[in-house]
Design a binder for this molecule. Structure first.
Ligand code: DX5
Ligand code: ZN
Length: 218
């Protein structure tokens, strides 16, 4: 079993003091910081871009896990690398047949890469790019907003992708994103996810260390 890592989604943080929020969440036990980049086109919301990430970078050495929910992601990956991302994930739905080349381009810039699929995209969509990936990200909500309800129909897909990763023999993290809380975290772990994104569940709690510990240990 791989070690469970908790990746708070910083979309739910207070943007007026983002640097402090970064420091605080790391000191309360976050393993990676999940950074949701939205362009208002691929998804129906706009969040932040490379400058925002660059200015957060000095506040921590923790891993910056940049989730690009943007069209034509290949146009911007060098900027997200320069801003300080340690891993960049791109959507199959945004890349189509350019997915493999985009993953290779991310790798060639010296950071880790991963492919993301939406709740209604089958696991087969990422089968031929698995070997390029350091991480696979499965969405358990439709991307765009924090605070949505977990779509439990993705659970069998987590197990399916877990088996694909096992059979491929490469060390690939399996991340789950959207609607994770105390009630469903055990289910996603049991299905095989080892990187757990949580936004609203963590940021609505006063005691962040406690909720992060609970999500790790439940
Ligand atoms: C959704 C984002 C998620 C989201 C998670 O588009 O990719 O990372 O912010 O937030 P919660 O945990 O509140 O669903
Ligand atoms: Zn995300």
């Amino acid at each position: 079993m791989k070690k469970i890592k908790i990746a708070p989604s910083m979309l739910s943080a207070d943007f007026s003091k983002f640097g402090e929020e970064v420091k605080d969440i790391v000191s309360n036990g976050a393993d990676l910081l999940h950074l949701d980049v939205m362009d208002g086109n691929f998804v129906n919301n706009i969040s932040f871009g490379p400058k925002f990430i660059e200015e957060a970078r000095p506040y921590t050495d923790a891993v910056f896990d940049t989730h690009l929910m943007i069209l034509n992601p290949w146009k911007y990956i060098d900027r997200f690398v320069k801003a300080g991302s340690d891993i960049i994930t791109v959507h199959y739905e945004a890349c189509g047949d350019r997915l493999k080349d985009t993953l290779k381009a991310i790798k060639s810039l010296g950071v880790k890469c991963g492919a993301v699929i939406n709740p209604d995209t089958p696991a087969s969509a990422i089968a031929d790019v698995l070997e390029e990936c350091d991480m696979i990200l499965l969405m358990s909500v439709f991307p765009g907003f924090g605070g949505q309800a977990f779509i439990k129909e993705v659970l069998p897909k987590i197990s399916e992708v877990y088996m694909m990763i096992k059979n491929c023999g490469k060390d690939i993290d399996l991340e789950i994103d959207g609607g994770i809380n105390r009630q469903n975290v055990a289910d996603v772990k049991r299905a095989g996810a080892n990187v757990i994104v949580a936004g609203s569940t963590i940021f609505k709690e006063a005691d962040r260390a406690k909720i992060i510990r609970e999500l790790r240990e439940i």
